[in-house]
Design a protein around this ligand. Structure first.
Ligand SMILES: Nc1ncnc2c1ncn2[C@@H]1O[C@H](COP(=O)(O)OP(=O)(O)OP(=O)(O)O)[C@@H](O)[C@H]1O
Ligand code: SF4
Ligand SMILES: [Mg+2]
Length: 326
């Protein structure tokens, strides 16, 4: 079932007198029980896109426009502030990269999980406490009753991220956005957290948007991938097709940049050249300065994301053929 439909999302940040368009005409669908990875270099607009879906970008910071962001059929752009607050954390939830900044240091874990539950559900404190303990148990926190009394700094980074996941899941959302949920954690804890997210996704039939730099995680966990570059989706397909036969030269460069597995770390290496400043994008294709296949046409007009073959879309005038440079 389609639970999220994003149509032509444009997100702009106010930067001094100018507006920077950081998400540029992004469209995609998300289905329940499925996971979509968003990959792309730093600054490509991944977090801005995620925050837009939560309607967390508002004046004076920035603005969001779209033909619609339909969550379970309802356009969240048409909702009042009160209505969006009811939906946020309830039907659509987000977990962030660094849980220490998202948790309040002066309240205990228990107080914060209980508050999240009571924000959306009319339950007495006793019941909220029982549910909070059950949630902490569900996300694999040992001795949850004792942990309820701990402050965020008294537990490990991995445990804090589990608390964040518990809070994100407190109300059984249909969409979970995870913005680099494991970047701050060691490799073993990363694997445990990803296992947990995957298990909870299946159990709760959630749709997941996973933002990550780690293509290893994408290959293991996700069904579909959208590759972002300078605020636009430049390629979108099943994980298998992206890895086996990328069509966009940027995707190919990302795949070429994966360090060997034996190196242990699978974060993307940087690729040659720099991302053009979003406030000053060139006319034509944003990737032109770094693209080995650039032609005159690429400098004259911007390629749009179009379907190349069943479910595989690319924004490039001269897509690669079967992953081999044409
Ligand atoms: N509050 C803000 N005001 C103005 N510009 C911002 C703001 N937050 C982010 N930006 C800019 O928006 C662009 C997109 O940033 P975003 O955080 O979405 O990138 P990202 O793809 O999530 O990068 P990363 O992988 O580093 O997390 C960047 O150019 C960034 O500098
Ligand atoms: S449109 Fe042209 S410059 Fe852009 S990625 Fe394709 S070949 Fe390269
Ligand atoms: Mg980000």
């Amino acid at each position: 079932m389609k639970i999220l439909e994003v149509k032509n999302l444009i997100t702009q940040y106010y930067t001094g007198k100018k507006m920077a368009t950081v998400v540029n005409n992004v469209s995609f669908d998300l289905f329940s029980g499925r996971s979509l990875a968003i990959v792309g270099e730093s600054g490509s607009g991944k977090s801005a896109m995620a925050l837009s879906l939560m309607r967390l970008i508002e004046p004076p910071v920035g603005t969001i426009t779209a033909q619609g962001i339909f969550l379970e059929g309802k356009d969240i752009l048409q909702l009042s502030l009160k209505e969006i607050q009811e939906i946020r954390g309830n039907r659509i939830s987000m977990i962030f990269q660094e849980p220490m900044t998202a948790l309040n240091p002066v309240f205990t874990i228990g107080e914060q999980v209980m508050e999240t539950i009571q924000l959306h559900q009319q339950v007495p404190p006793k019941e909220a406490k029982i549910r909070a303990i059950a949630l902490l148990n569900l996300v694999g926190i040992p001795a949850p009753q004792q942990r309820m009394l701990a402050y965020p700094h008294q537990i490990s980074g991995g445990m804090r991220q589990r608390v964040m996941i518990a809070m994100a899941l407190a109300c059984g959302p249909s969409v979970l956005i995870a913005d680099e949920p494991t970047t701050a954690l060691d490799v073993t804890t990363q694997a445990q957290i990803m296992d947990l997210i995957q298990r909870l996704q299946v159990e709760n039939n959630m749709g997941i948007i996973l933002i990550t730099h780690d293509l290893g995680i994408v290959a293991e966990v996700c069904d579909e991938v959208a590759v972002m570059y300078s605020g636009s989706i430049v390629e979108k397909s099943s994980v298998k097709a992206i890895f086996n036969a990328p069509l966009h030269p940027y995707t190919q460069a990302l795949l070429d940049a994966i360090p060997p597995l034996s190196g242990g770390v699978r974060r993307l290496r940087t690729i040659d050249g720099v991302v053009p400043p979003l406030s000053d994008l060139p006319i034509g294709c944003s990737f032109q300065e770094r693209c080995p296949n650039v032609q005159d046409r690429c400098r004259a007009s911007k390629p749009l994301l179009e379907e190349a073959s069943g479910g595989h879309s690319v924004a490039c005038f001269y897509p690669l053929q079967d992953g081999v440079k044409s």
